[in-house]
Write a protein that binds this ligand. Structure first.
Ligand code: ADP
Ligand code: MG
Length: 231
């Protein structure tokens, strides 16, 4: 499902550099990514999703080399294949819960917003314990409730690949278990691949494999020192 080789990425500003020599995730696999804050976990998910492009190396997702696609094609590929749970949720503040869940269908002509899709959005909200808030503006939700809206939205189009960035980071223990149960059950029932960044060591037993980000991150403190200015 995901095949990365010799990937190098840096932002145009700041000294952060990511190097992933090799990373393979099989179709249907459930993988947890752990690692210190600032080590590039979110960056890697964005590279897998084609939101960012590497300076060199290959990111092949579902047998497509993301760098080979034009901007629009990359967006369509993402919409059709990838469910993303953003660390910062990325909800639209002026919409209610249901419309935020339906957002991918509202903004993409390649997805058709049918009655069945609306029904499924309501069912997902119910499963996540936010069904009673379906018509509430997301500004009036707790962080944990917003997080669950973001998870519903990622699952709505039934993607073969789910990338979840700390999807339980704002939840109490009961809701952590609930959200993870839903993600894992979804992945199992659809045979979807699940890649989850998490800091929750209690949840790691639910994954088949754990990737520790330390291996991709240069922890040499000297690497944090910006290069000297040329004279
Ligand atoms: P993690 O998710 O593991 O906490 P991130 O991928 O968010 O880490 O960030 C990795 C590093 O890249 C951090 O040092 C962060 O400050 C830096 N970074 C993140 N986004 C940007 C950006 N848009 N421009 C420049 N640097 C960034
Ligand atoms: Mg992050």
């Amino acid at each position: 499902m995901i095949s990365i080789s010799d990937l190098r990425f840096h932002y145009s500003q700041g000294g952060f550099a990511l190097h992933v020599p090799e990373l393979e995730v099989e179709s249907g696999e459930r993988v947890a990514i752990i690692g210190p804050s600032g080590s590039g976990k979110t960056t890697l998910l964005n590279l897998i999703a084609g939101i960012r492009l590497p300076q060199s190396g290959r990111v092949v997702t579902k047998q497509i080399d993301i760098s080979d696609l034009a901007d629009g094609e990359r967006r369509d590929f993402r919409i059709q294949n990838i469910g993303l749970v953003f660390q910062e949720f990325e909800l639209l503040e002026y919409l209610n819960v249901l419309d935020n869940i339906l957002l991918p269908y509202r903004i993409n002509t390649s997805l058709e917003l049918t009655k069945g899709v609306r029904q499924r959005a309501s069912e997902l909200a119910e499963m996540m314990g936010i069904g009673d808030k379906a018509n509430r503006n997301v500004r009036r939700l707790s962080q944990g409730e917003k997080q669950r809206v973001a998870v519903c939205r990622a699952l709505l189009a039934e993607p073969p690949l789910l990338l979840a960035d700390e999807p339980t980071g704002n939840l109490d223990p009961t809701n952590k278990d609930r959200v993870l149960d839903i993600l894992v059950e979804y992945a199992e029932s659809k045979g979807s691949t699940l890649v989850t960044v998490t800091h929750d060591h209690d949840l790691l037993s639910r994954f088949e494999r754990i990737i520790d980000f330390k291996q991709f991150y240069d922890i040499d403190p000297k690497s944090e020192v910006p290069p000297a200015e040329a004279p």
